[in-house]
Design a protein around this ligand. Structure first.
Ligand SMILES: [Zn+2]
Length: 114
Protein backbone atom coordinates (compact mmCIF):
# COMPACT_ATOMS: atom_id res chain seq x y z
CA UNK A 1 0.00 0.00 0.00
CA UNK A 2 2.94 2.36 0.64
CA UNK A 3 4.72 3.91 -2.32
CA UNK A 4 7.51 5.41 -0.26
CA UNK A 5 9.05 3.08 2.28
CA UNK A 6 9.94 4.69 5.58
CA UNK A 7 13.46 4.40 6.95
CA UNK A 8 12.33 4.59 10.54
CA UNK A 9 9.48 5.62 12.74
CA UNK A 10 10.31 6.92 16.20
CA UNK A 11 7.63 6.44 18.82
CA UNK A 12 7.03 9.44 21.07
CA UNK A 13 7.14 8.94 24.87
CA UNK A 14 3.59 10.24 25.12
CA UNK A 15 0.79 11.49 22.93
CA UNK A 16 -1.95 13.99 23.70
CA UNK A 17 -5.41 12.61 22.90
CA UNK A 18 -8.29 15.06 23.26
CA UNK A 19 -6.34 16.95 25.92
CA UNK A 20 -5.23 13.86 27.89
CA UNK A 21 -1.67 12.62 28.00
CA UNK A 22 -1.35 8.95 27.05
CA UNK A 23 1.95 7.27 27.89
CA UNK A 24 3.44 5.36 24.95
CA UNK A 25 5.33 2.22 25.90
CA UNK A 26 7.50 0.24 23.48
CA UNK A 27 7.68 -3.56 23.69
CA UNK A 28 10.15 -5.77 21.85
CA UNK A 29 8.26 -8.96 22.80
CA UNK A 30 4.72 -8.89 21.38
CA UNK A 31 3.47 -11.40 23.99
CA UNK A 32 4.33 -8.96 26.82
CA UNK A 33 1.89 -6.25 25.75
CA UNK A 34 -0.96 -7.94 27.59
CA UNK A 35 0.55 -10.20 30.28
CA UNK A 36 -2.86 -11.58 31.24
CA UNK A 37 -3.70 -12.93 27.78
CA UNK A 38 -0.21 -13.87 26.54
CA UNK A 39 -1.48 -13.15 23.00
CA UNK A 40 0.72 -11.91 20.17
CA UNK A 41 -0.30 -8.27 19.85
CA UNK A 42 0.97 -5.50 17.59
CA UNK A 43 -0.50 -2.85 19.86
CA UNK A 44 -2.80 -2.27 22.79
CA UNK A 45 -4.72 0.76 24.00
CA UNK A 46 -5.56 0.99 27.70
CA UNK A 47 -7.69 4.15 27.75
CA UNK A 48 -8.56 3.92 31.45
CA UNK A 49 -4.81 3.94 32.23
CA UNK A 50 -4.17 6.50 29.45
CA UNK A 51 -1.56 4.17 28.01
CA UNK A 52 -0.70 2.88 24.55
CA UNK A 53 1.56 -0.15 24.10
CA UNK A 54 3.32 -0.84 20.81
CA UNK A 55 5.29 -3.84 19.55
CA UNK A 56 8.43 -2.34 18.05
CA UNK A 57 10.12 -5.31 16.34
CA UNK A 58 8.29 -4.67 13.04
CA UNK A 59 8.76 -2.61 9.89
CA UNK A 60 8.40 1.18 10.42
CA UNK A 61 5.25 1.33 8.26
CA UNK A 62 3.63 -1.38 10.36
CA UNK A 63 4.57 0.36 13.61
CA UNK A 64 3.09 3.65 12.34
CA UNK A 65 -0.07 1.83 11.27
CA UNK A 66 -0.39 0.17 14.69
CA UNK A 67 0.37 3.42 16.55
CA UNK A 68 -2.38 5.22 14.62
CA UNK A 69 -4.73 2.27 15.22
CA UNK A 70 -4.25 2.58 18.99
CA UNK A 71 -4.59 6.39 18.82
CA UNK A 72 -7.94 5.94 17.03
CA UNK A 73 -9.08 3.57 19.80
CA UNK A 74 -8.12 6.26 22.34
CA UNK A 75 -9.95 8.96 20.39
CA UNK A 76 -13.06 6.74 20.29
CA UNK A 77 -12.82 6.28 24.05
CA UNK A 78 -12.36 10.01 24.71
CA UNK A 79 -15.25 10.87 22.38
CA UNK A 80 -17.86 9.59 24.81
CA UNK A 81 -20.89 8.06 23.17
CA UNK A 82 -19.24 7.12 19.92
CA UNK A 83 -17.29 4.31 21.56
CA UNK A 84 -20.44 2.92 23.17
CA UNK A 85 -22.77 3.15 20.18
CA UNK A 86 -20.57 1.19 17.75
CA UNK A 87 -20.36 -2.60 18.22
CA UNK A 88 -16.88 -3.84 19.14
CA UNK A 89 -16.29 -5.80 15.91
CA UNK A 90 -17.36 -2.87 13.70
CA UNK A 91 -15.17 -0.52 15.73
CA UNK A 92 -12.16 -2.82 15.18
CA UNK A 93 -12.72 -3.00 11.40
CA UNK A 94 -13.22 0.76 11.13
CA UNK A 95 -10.18 1.45 13.32
CA UNK A 96 -7.95 -0.86 11.27
CA UNK A 97 -9.04 0.49 7.90
CA UNK A 98 -8.88 4.09 9.03
CA UNK A 99 -5.42 3.69 10.60
CA UNK A 100 -4.02 2.10 7.44
CA UNK A 101 -5.41 4.82 5.15
CA UNK A 102 -4.25 7.56 7.53
CA UNK A 103 -0.75 6.06 7.75
CA UNK A 104 -0.60 5.80 3.98
CA UNK A 105 -1.71 9.43 3.59
CA UNK A 106 0.88 10.68 6.08
CA UNK A 107 3.68 8.71 4.42
CA UNK A 108 2.70 9.66 0.86
CA UNK A 109 2.60 13.33 1.82
CA UNK A 110 5.93 13.10 3.63
CA UNK A 111 4.37 14.11 6.94
CA UNK A 112 5.87 11.12 8.74
CA UNK A 113 9.23 10.84 7.00
CA UNK A 114 12.29 11.07 9.25
ZN1 LIG B 1 -7.83 -2.59 17.70
Amino acid sequence: MYYRPMRKFKLPKSVNICGKTYKVKAFKDSTKLDPESNRFLRGLCLPKNQEIRIHTEVEPEDMLDTFLHEIIHAIFFEMLGLSETIPENQKEVFTSDFATVLADTLVRNLLMQP
